[in-house]
Design a binder for this molecule. Structure first.
Ligand code: SF4
Ligand code: FE
Length: 484
């Protein structure tokens, strides 16, 4: 079944989430001014799947049921699926100009489809059939899953079991006939309160002493004992001003939340890893690789920013200047380089023993490492082209006030054929993408999301075959390895 955006919104109204923001519990999450744009962005993943022109990218055929499903719930069956996943990320980034949140769940589902199978093969467990049953449920209902990996981590120099506070990493505190009881938290959870389900995974590789921390499971997002505390974003309260201009992006945004698990019961049929510490690292690596590919979303947001930079150059009458043209070329060069990386790791994907296709790990990490840098440079150039007015522009209310509006109309006009208001709108959009609420997704999330830059550098050093490269060099200049 494919849900419509309206059905998705209605389904969220049925949830009984415990959400706090600005020190108060929210009784209505769906219509909250600050959260609503993020709901709109997730709803776009449903809307686009209904449109025939995007059907090939936005939908897939379930390998379980043979039914048409949203690609966000699909398990990749070949490299073509992986390439379409990259294209879907770019498409949605361009249509929303923000983080549309649904990729983390898709990446968690795919990683679990691989690792549950591998655990079963090694240990004779039955996680895979449990997981596939859960997957059928998610596909059939067309649900949004929050993929929850990042623990608070406390003292970074200590493993989970040596932390002063055991809850610094989410862990199993008890076990009953009904299931496991877990305690801890997951930080920076993208789209958490727009999700029907939370899929929890460990955040690092584990040793035997940490086995109670080697746990993966899924819960309904409103399960008893789960608490959400919303993160702030720069300029967030502009969304409460009923502004049509100052928000920059009129409809879409993202959100993150701290998600607390206060002694929560997880029924056995939703437990996908329970103390198999040897597989915690593999689950982290698979999820991270998939999610590093997912950052094709930033290419779509980059498309928006490049379009905005070209447009404001035209509004300023500067578009013909050779340095402006060159800067636009540079932005495109950087943005398409990001796209190349995401497409490449997809095209070079391989089948895992479970049959799921996984991206090429090295190329996924290279691609994400570029994402930690290039959006910052693209944003820098966009700000260069936009000019300082982007940050000194008076408010929409000043434009509407009779005493000040006439002066602002007169003095803040660019080329005469473009209205001052349209110039303002474009500047506010660039501000939103590079400094405001969307900069959380486009910049800082590009840096730290799916692992910070150092995490990718460690993976790059592990994946490259340095010895082979040395051998190539030695062969060409006639060096034969000396025995000692
Ligand atoms: Fe998806 Fe990008 Fe948001 Fe991650 S940052 S959830 S990849 S849109
Ligand atoms: Fe992310």
């Amino acid at each position: 079944m494919l849900m419509t955006p309206q059905q998705y919104e209605e389904s969220l109204r049925q949830l009984n989430l415990v959400v706090y923001m600005f020190g108060k519990r929210l009784d209505n999450v769906v219509d909250n001014d600050i959260i609503r744009p993020s709901l709109n962005a997730v709803a776009k993943t449903y809307e686009m799947a209904q449109r025939p022109e995007f059907e090939d990218i936005m939908t897939a055929t379930s390998h379980l049921s043979g039914e048409k499903i949203n690609r966000f719930t699909h398990i990749h069956q070949n490299t073509g699926d992986l390439v379409k996943k990259t294209k879907m990320g770019r498409l949605l980034g361009a249509h929303t100009g923000c983080c549309f949140q649904r990729c983390v769940g898709m990446d968690a589902l795919n990683a679990l489809s691989i690792v549950t199978y591998d655990i079963d093969q090694a240990k004779g467990t039955s996680y895979s059939s449990r997981f596939l049953k859960y997957l059928s449920y998610v596909q059939e209902k067309d649900l949004v899953c929050d993929g929850a990996m990042t623990d608070p981590k406390g003292d970074r120099s200590l493993p989970p079991h040596r932390q002063a506070d055991a809850d610094m990493y989410l862990h199993i505190v008890d076990e009953t006939a009904d299931g496991i009881i877990v305690s801890g938290a997951k930080a920076h959870q993208t789209g958490a309160v727009n999700s029907h389900e939370i899929i929890v995974m460990p955040t690092i590789a584990m040793r035997e002493n940490d086995k109670n921390y080697a746990v993966s499971f899924a819960l309904p997002s409103d399960a008893q004992g789960i608490i959400y505390i919303m993160g702030r974003q720069s300029c967030d309260t502009r969304k409460c001003e009923n502004s049509k201009i100052d928000v920059g992006n009129l409809k879409y945004g993202g959100h993150e939340a701290l998600v607390i698990f206060d002694n929560v019961l997880v029924p056995w049929d939703r437990v996908f890893m329970c103390r198999e510490y040897e597989f915690a690292g593999a689950l982290v690596e698979k999820f991270s690789s998939y999610h590093r590919q997912s950052y094709a979303c930033k290419v779509g947001v980059g498309d928006v920013l490049i379009g905005a930079a070209q447009t404001i150059a035209e509004y300023n009458g500067a578009q013909k200047a050779s340095h402006i043209r060159d800067k636009i070329i540079e932005m495109n060069h950087l943005n398409e380089t990001l796209y190349c990386g995401s497409i490449a790791c997809a095209a070079e994907g391989q089948a895992e023993p479970s049959g799921t296709y996984c991206v090429d790990t090295l190329l996924a990490n290279i691609s994400k490492q570029n994402v930690t840098r290039f959006p910052y440079e693209i944003a820098r150039i966009a700000q260069d082209i936009a000019g300082g007015l982007m940050v000194t522009l008076p408010s929409e209310a000043d434009f509407n006030a009779p005493e000040t509006g006439k002066w602002l109309e007169k003095y803040l006009r660019g080329t005469p054929e473009i209205s001052t208001q349209n110039r303002m709108r474009m500047l506010r959009l660039i501000e939103n993408l590079t400094l405001g609420t969307a900069a959380v997704g486009y910049l800082t999330e590009s840096m730290h999301g799916a692992g910070s830059p150092q995490a990718q550098r460690i993976m790059i050093s592990r994946q490259v075959d340095l010895g082979k490269k040395q051998q190539y060099a030695k062969n060409l200049c006639g060096i034969q390895d000396e025995e000692n």
